[in-house]
Structures are given as C-alpha cells and as structure tokens.
Design a protein around this ligand. Structure first.
Ligand SMILES: [Zn+2]
Length: 255
C-alpha cells in the first residue's frame, strides 16, 4: 500500500506492506498518521488476523502511525528502539524473529541511513525500508556503517527487494552491488576533488554534485560531510582544522 505522502525524500510515498500467510498478517511501516491511509490499511486486512505492527526505523514517513494502529488492532508493535515518532512494545535486535502465522520475519540490523534501521528477511525477499530504495540513493548518517550494512544485506542472498519507497526490485544482488559501486565512486570523486584543490565541504559538494538543484545543495553538503568523516577515519583524507567550525581536509601527501 502506498501512503499518500509523495515528496523529494519519499519518492511516490512510503510503502506500507501487509506481510501474511493467508491467515495472519504483519503490517510493516504503517507510515505517517493520515486517516485515509489508516482506513486503507484496515480495509486491506480483510479477513486476515493482524498479528504485529513492525517499524523499519524511526523516521516521520515510516513510524508515526505504528503506535496508534497497534493500539487500535490490539496487537504489539516491534522496532529496534524508541524514538521521536514511535515507541515499540517489543524491542528487536539483529537476528530477532517475528512469527506471523506459519511464517516468520528475521530482523537484520542495518545501521547507516539511521543507527536504528532494520531490514526484514522473509523467505527469499528482503524488506529494505530506507536502507535501499528503488529509483534513488538514500540519505546516510554514518557512511562506514552504511557500507558495512550494504555488504551485510548482499551476503544474505535475497532474490528480491521490497523497498520502503518505489517499486519491487527483482534482482536484489545487482541492485545492492550497484549501490556499493555508487558509494565507492562517490568516495573516489570526493578524494579527487580534494586533490584538485577543494578543501571544504561546500567546495567539494560543488565539484562532486555537479548540476544538482540549488535547494538540494545543503543536503548534498551534509552527505559530503558524512563521507568525509569516513575517509578521514581511513586516512584517505587528513583533517587539517580540527578546532574550526568548518571541516578543512587535504589528501595525505599534501600535508
Ligand atoms: Zn528514513
């Protein structure tokens, strides 16, 4: 089910999934509190017995309807940790299983987009929340953790991805590999931009994100900063202004 919340960061809107075995159902990522979306979820349940409300991560486009929906249905909600938009009844960790009728969801902790992000493996399908989207890359909070989480989900060997935004991805391995390649390419571009004379996030953003709309530049600069932190920790770049407000970086042999 598609929540009616399209936008620059949500694509066509948030995907709410009904995961069921024909008798019992889990609702994954109910989305924002929107009356028509709540009604659509309840209607699509039909004769299915609701068993669980599950949240991939604490973002306003995925989580806020979870607590009210679980309360209405009289079932528990599941998530990694409490946050601003949602407090889980049941806390789950990496490897937790949630039983829904004859099937189960296996939780896979995938920090990077957010520290609390969970994907869910159901048979050969992986529900990816905002770890992987269809049609775009994702905003990340921690680049090193994000890389690790991409390799982690690649190792699961899922066949198909069910993203939090966009359509189902039929070739999981190809899509995950493309994400990893894209991240490596961005890192190469950043290091090259620094070597070519861009030393602060704004200048690096201008060099790397060529031609993006002006309103997206602050978000891109924030993404550059996150990636700089990883590159500095790996000694691929060197921070030369630890005390000043703006990061200033050089390539190692420039020092
Ligand atoms: Zn998110």
């Amino acid at each position: 089910m598609l929540a009616p919340n399209p936008g620059p960061y949500t694509g066509p809107g948030t995907n709410t999934y009904l995961i069921h075995d024909g008798e019992q159902a889990a609702i994954l990522d109910p989305g924002p509190v929107i009356d028509s979306h709540l009604a659509a979820i309840e209607q699509s349940l039909g004769e299915l017995v609701p068993a669980a409300v599950i949240v991939s991560h604490n973002h306003p486009d995925h989580a806020p309807l979870a607590n009210p929906l679980a309360q209405r249905l009289g079932i528990p909600s599941y998530g990694f940790a409490p946050g601003p938009d949602f407090t889980p009844d049941m806390m789950i960790v990496d490897g937790s299983t949630i039983t829904v009728g004859s099937g189960e969801l296996i939780a896979v902790h995938t920090p990077g987009h957010t520290w609390d992000h969970m994907c869910f493996l159901v048979g050969s399908e992986l529900y990816t929340g905002d770890h992987i989207m269809e049609g775009s890359t994702v905003i990340i909070e921690d680049a090193a953790a994000y890389f690790d989480s991409l390799y982690r989900v690649l190792s699961l060997g899922a066949e198909r991805l069910r993203p939090g935004h966009g359509d189902t991805i039929e070739d999981a391995a190809a899509a995950i590999t493309e994400y990893i390649d894209h991240r490596h390419e961005r890192e190469r571009q950043i290091v090259a931009a620094v070597a070519a004379g861009a030393h602060v996030p704004a200048a690096i953003t201008e060099a790397v994100y060529v031609g993006i709309p002006p309103e997206l530049i602050p978000a891109a600069a924030a993404q550059v900063q996150v990636q700089l932190e990883k590159l500095i920790s790996e000694n691929r770049l060197v921070l030369t202004s630890p005390s000043s407000a703006e990061m200033h970086v050089v390539v190692p042999d420039e020092r």
